[in-house]
Design a binder for this molecule. Structure first.
Ligand code: 13P
Length: 234
């Protein structure tokens, strides 16, 4: 099973920066071979999805697309919202949902996030559900059993996000055990100050990592991918 490396660009980058990043992402025989053990997922800001899809297709890049959020409503009269329905022709395979920044700055509730998960699933978009201690039980409350089993779980301790204070990889076994009776999902992803120095340790104990800062500069990100892929050989 490939390990997932998810780049969450948050509200960073302009159209030309996105084009630069994707047009310069390595794609030769050597890089394809080196990165084959990884599932690389990119979550750009919404306005850049169509361009990202185009370049990924044109250059045949080994990158899948995610959104950083989507509407808890369907298509229709919901001004400003982007519904899963709207994404149908954009090759979006994943949705990061319930990120702590959205729970905190946009007051997203667990009920709303459960609605978003259900909307994503209606359109075959796999939810990457972000969770934080000590709220695992509360964050699970409104999810249907189908939703739970379909989500990948992303454990992102708020204190570790953007702080350089990553959670010890050794703690993730306990997190997995804590989540197991609450969520039927088995996939566990870690996010919070992941970088090239610590990525290998996380990939040993979980199924993938969610990156913010370390995904923005192309060179940093590609270096991290190579380190991640090497770490899986050991
Ligand atoms: P950083 O990697 O910048 O800590 O951000 C993590 C994150 O929030 C990914 O969703």
């Amino acid at each position: 099973m490939k390990k997932s490396i998810i780049a969450n660009w948050k509200s960073n980058k302009t159209l030309s920066e996105v084009a630069y990043w994707l047009n310069n992402f390595p794609n030769n025989e050597e890089s394809q071979k080196a990165l084959a053990s990884l599932e690389i997922i990119l979550a750009p800001p919404y306005p850049f999805l169509a361009l990202a899809k185009e370049i990924i297709m044109e250059r045949q890049l080994p990158i899948k697309l995610a959104v950083q959020d989507l509407s808890g409503f369907g298509s229709g009269a919901y001004t400003g919202e982007v519904a899963a329905f709207n994404l149908q022709d954009l090759d979006v395979q994943y949705a990061i949902l319930g990120h702590s920044e959205r729970r905190r700055f946009l007051t997203e509730t667990s009920q709303l996030i459960a609605d978003k998960v259900a909307e994503a699933l209606k359109f075959q978009i796999k939810p990457i559900l972000c969770l934080d201690k000590p709220y695992f039980t509360e964050q699970a409350r409104f999810l249907s059993s189908d939703s739970m089993s379909a989500c990948s779980l992303a454990y992102e301790p708020v204190a570790a996000i953007g702080s350089g204070q990553a959670e010890e990889a050794g703690n993730l076994l306990a997190v997995r055990q804590e989540l197991a009776p609450l969520y039927e999902a088995k996939t566990l992803i870690y996010g919070g100050s992941v970088n090239a120095d610590n990525v290998g340790a996380y990939l040993k104990v979980c199924d993938g990592v969610l990156l913010g800062g370390a995904s923005l500069e192309l060179k940093n990100f590609v270096d991290l991918l190579y380190v991640a892929s090497e770490s899986l050989k050991i």
